[in-house]
Design a protein around this ligand. Structure first.
Ligand SMILES: Nc1ncnc2c1ncn2[C@@H]1O[C@H](COP(=O)(O)OP(=O)(O)OP(=O)(O)O)[C@@H](O)[C@H]1O
Ligand SMILES: [Mg+2]
Length: 251
């Protein structure tokens, strides 16, 4: 064994190179000895999503275990943009995109936190690095947007919403129903069910009547019909929300 093995380790970079690097950093106003900031880097996709989320739900985080499990399932099923393609674009892998997967039916008491958890899930998927193209609407707004008016092609609008990779359809069954609203709901749910497109539905109504439902209380099946309910039960994990109205608790 020679003495060289016990010599001081060589500096990782030479003194002249170090001086040049420090000069460059100083030119840019960077102090290499300053402690690193402990605030996390903003996630651009999440920042963009925040703009579109109603103010009340911008800090929403997933708390319900069934919603958290769903977010994990969707994240794990997200695919590389060119996965399975015959012509992979080398070097441009990009972010994974939400593909196919199960849906959620968040149902229960007014103000129990269904919409909050729905936006929490959208935020979580965005923060997980999934390329999330999403749309959120209430059923009532969807029907209002679909009313024929000048300069708007409702068919085109419906086709776009129906095909979006991740959809939140809030307050299903709350709007006054008609044959026309039933048809729109059917077309939307049918397409998303057949194509296994992840959708979060929320509703105040119990899905079906059982002994726990008072006779005068309507259920979702009464509002949307058997055929839509059948598809929802095939595609969704139902998650029941109970508890006091949090809007009253906030006062
Ligand atoms: N986990 C939570 N942490 C903090 N605030 C919450 C939470 N869940 C709900 N909230 C707040 O409570 C209020 C009611 O929640 P939310 O709108 O999600 O209820 P909801 O179940 O969708 O009600 P509705 O049936 O009337 O649509 C909102 O202001 C929301 O931001
Ligand atoms: Mg709600």
């Amino acid at each position: 064994m020679t003495r060289a093995h016990f010599a001081d380790p060589q500096p990782a970079i030479g003194e002249r190179l170090r001086a040049r690097l420090e000069a460059k950093l100083a030119e840019r106003g960077i102090d290499p000895t300053a402690p690193l900031p402990d605030t996390p880097e903003p996630i651009p996709a999440l920042e963009a999503a925040q703009e579109r989320i109603p103010v009340d739900y911008r800090d929403a985080v997933v708390e319900h275990p069934d919603v958290a499990a769903w977010v994990r399932t969707i994240t794990e099923a997200a695919v590389e943009p060119n996965a399975g393609g015959l012509n992979p674009h080398f070097g441009t892998a990009g972010r994974r995109r939400i593909a196919h997967g199960p849906s959620l039916l968040l149902w229960g008491d007014t103000g129990a936190g269904k919409t909050h958890q729905a936006y929490g899930a959208i935020r979580a998927l965005t923060a997980a690095g999934c390329g999330v193209s999403w749309h959120a609407t209430t059923a009532a707004d969807l029907y209002a947007d679909m009313r024929p008016r000048a300069g708007v092609d409702p068919e085109h609008m419906l086709r776009r919403i129906v095909r979006v990779p991740l959809l939140l359809l809030d307050d299903l069954g709350a709007a006054k129903g008609s044959e026309w609203t039933e048809e729109i709901t059917f077309r939307l749910v049918n397409w998303r069910c057949q194509n296994r497109l992840p959708t979060i539905f929320t509703t105040n109504l119990p899905p079906v009547r059982d002994r726990s439902v008072p006779p005068q209380q309507p259920v979702l099946r009464d509002k949307i019909g058997d055929r839509v309910l059948s598809r929802l039960s095939g595609m969704c994990t139902p998650v029941h929300f109970t508890g006091p109205d949090r809007r009253f608790l906030r006062r």
